[in-house]
Ligand binder design. Structure first.
Ligand SMILES: [Zn+2]
Length: 245
């Protein structure tokens, strides 16, 4: 049930066709796991918290550095040196005191990923490296919960939604290729991609619209083009190949 204050706070989205009070209650009940509180994790958590997603878990072990501030918009000058999760929780609580936001200061590993995502309805990939994305992909497949992928590079970005056993997963698409190291980013790129991921999460929870599945969305900020590349499940995929279609 929504309180009188919640009905008022979310009024403009409750009147969207397909959301209504029922959809808002679904958002309130939802438990969203966000891996990373960096360039992508900041806008994702801001817009999920303000939309009224009831429970949000943020996982990030890093501390805020000066060089993060061009893109990680939850953190400011006074946060340098703080854990990113703690800095984020403080700001998100101020944005919406009625949602439960918690931060865990851990590095996501093969050993802890299953436990970290346990009890959550979906996983948002707001990471900056492919090896950890694969851990999240596998965890999503093991738990049979969706994964919302996003990545950025310079003025570019990409996004994809995965429903385990039904649509192409990250391994189906990337097939293990890993590039490492410092990469360029301007803050508007993760802002665009993070908002697309948050949009997908909201649609999935409420159960409206078409999801970005079996499709890799490529965003080119310099030419301002969005391209959808069709992708397919690989029946021999190392991660999801064992799940029956
Ligand atoms: Zn796969």
């Amino acid at each position: 049930m929504l309180t009188k204050n919640e009905l008022e706070r979310y009024d403009r989205q409750i009147i969207i066709k397909g959301i209504g009070e029922k959809g808002q209650e679904k958002l309130k009940r939802a438990k969203v796991f966000i891996a990373g509180v960096g360039g992508l994790g900041c806008p994702i958590s801001i817009y999920l918290a303000t939309a009224g997603v009831g429970t949000i878990r943020l996982v990030d072990r890093d501390r805020v550095e000066l060089s993060n501030l061009n893109r990680q918009v939850l953190h400011g000058n006074e946060d340098i040196g703080k854990r990113k999760g703690d800095s984020a929780v403080e700001k998100l609580k101020n944005l919406n005191q009625w949602v439960k936001v918690e931060a865990i200061a851990e590095t996501i590993t093969e050993d802890n990923v299953s436990q970290l995502v346990d009890g959550f309805d979906l996983i948002v990939d707001a990471m900056d490296n492919l090896p950890t994305r694969y851990l999240l992909n596998k965890a999503a497949i093991d738990k049979k919960i969706p994964l919302f992928h996003g990545a950025v590079y310079g003025f570019e970005g990409r996004a994809m939604t995965t429903i385990p056993g039904k649509t192409a997963c990250l391994w189906c698409v990337y097939q293990g290729r890993v590039t490492q190291g410092k990469f360029p980013v301007i803050g508007v790129a993760p802002a665009v991609i993070g908002c697309l991921q948050a949009t997908e999460v909201i649609k999935y929870i409420v159960g409206i619209g078409e999801l970005l599945t079996n499709c890799l969305l490529i965003y080119d900020g310099l030419n301002l083009e969005f391209t959808k590349l069709a992708v397919k499940r690989d029946p021999n995929c190392q991660h999801c190949g064992h799940l029956v279609q």
